[in-house]
Design a binder for this molecule. Sequence first.
Ligand SMILES: [Zn+2]
Ligand SMILES: [Zn+2]
Length: 143
Amino acid sequence: MSEESKTKEAKGSCLCGKVSMQFQHVSTALGACHCRMCRKWGGSALLALSSGTQVTIEGEEHITAYSSSAWAERGFCKHCGTHLFYKLKQAQSYTVPLGFFEELSGLTFQHEIFIDEKPDCYAFAGERETMTGAEVFAKYGAG
Ligand SMILES: [Zn+2]
Ligand SMILES: [Zn+2]
């Protein structure tokens, strides 16, 4: 993800309400990931906020975490299927889908990654920083 800008406290819950999470440091910079795995996971590009490591989870027993790569896992509610997080295993840091959060004001759409894997049939309007998958791996070591 891109360099950290401002953060805020933010919370949300899944569709059925069994899982809720409150994060202390959620970035106000929205990012999109067009990689194949995110698109397969969520049906299209993943719009998500970098949400740090400080979280309070209620209903953790309702979460299933799927290990989607050597370095990350993806969590979802086992009852309603809501996608809850992409989590880096080593850093223990969360990236949370935008739709999870209740309060969506004060955000800016700041970057798109794996732009080279985006299908040609759509594009987000406006200008922002973009990175290819190779650039992401070169910069962060993992996607
Ligand atoms: Zn649920
Ligand atoms: Zn992705």
